[in-house]
Design a protein around this ligand. Sequence first.
Ligand SMILES: [Zn+2]
Length: 464
Amino acid sequence: MIRFYNTLSGRVEEFKPVRSGQVGLYTCGPTVYDYPHIGNYRAYIFEDLLKRFLLLSGFKVTHVMNITDIDDKTIKGAKALGVSLQDYTKKYIEAFFEDIKVLRILPANYYPRATEHIEDMVKMVKGLLAKGYAYPKDGSVYFSLAKFPDYGKLSKINKDELKAGVRVESDEYEKESVYDFVLWKKARPDEPSWETEFGAGRPGWHLECSAMSTRYLGPTFDIHCGGIDNIFPHHENEIAQSEAYYGQKFVNYWLHCHHLVVDGEKMSKSKGNFYTLRDLLARNINPVDLRFFLLSTHYRKMLNFTFDSLDQAKASRQRIIDFVYELEHQPLTEVSQPQSGSLAAAALTDFTNSLADDLNISAALAALFELIRETNSRLAKNELSPQAASQVLSAIYEMDRVLAVLPEESEEELPAGILTKIEQREQARREKNFALADSIRQELLQQGFVLEDTKEGVRWKKIK
Ligand SMILES: [Zn+2]
């Protein structure tokens, strides 16, 4: 049984998809006005973990992630540079796709762009006007909260406390009531706009997600994700627009990931603790180490990024890599007294059961490291049969379908032990201790690595 914490009910609930064996998943994507920061990637990696776990559990997942390529922020950025909106956002869209690739985030089935779905949004505004949920005012169209009594059911917000300007830049237009949010923004001379029967203008950000999610997943779908800062007003507004328009429940399970802070503080450019993925890559951080770091903390807990904790994640990941490498290359013979009971199968069950419990990643990783520890102990006592070893390897590869942290074949990543030996040999050569250098070279050869000394330094090759 798979269970998730549903923000809507405020409880952990059994997951039951609308259609058996299939999951419709919508995740709020990037607003392409800048490079995403590592807090954004925390959310995208949590969603990737969720999706990979659903795939591992046998579901067919239809994943939609929108690209917000028109909103207040993108328009402001394009204006500041004096370029077209399209030219401005293109660079950040490309950067986003490069980033998710190096972070091993599985691609979505659809990446709808807001500017390519204006027609769907116009249709919704028309429908909401016709049903009386929306009203025009000074050239814009607003959603009337008074007409939607369910408003606040996701964020549990007290409607009496609602103030204008909860969403930054959201109230550039006059509102009839502080509770009402904009669906369609009146055209301005220096902004992109579309002609409609209710006036020229452009969509509000919230409307974009309502239109694009239901366009691809239907009026009611299974899971909608985002960061906790999306709960209000973004997701609350999505619910209001969609349920008012379609007259049925919008989303069954809302999953939200907590914030990422840096050195215990909120990231901000002025404090100098603001990092994009690119900033970290420039410091020679391996993106897969970052992936492992970001996914190792439960998604509903606040995550504190420090370079020390990133180093710890790197070391843990290296332990998995070294273990797999050694087990693959360990010459094993039949043991006289192999231990009974399938270590590997039990660990894999533990791993998947932990993830089925609202993605309990700490328990899942504990199952993985316990498997490593126990296997090493059996190896040391010569109690591991070749068959058991191959079962352990299969279990770890299966777990890595969700984690995606083992080296990919093309990467030829060296286990840390081998690297250390190469460095020791270099040191021996510098000290003219050629006997030692040669013995290390022989040792590496036995482990399947040929060293070549070139002008540029030492090169290594793996013997196939
Ligand atoms: Zn959204």
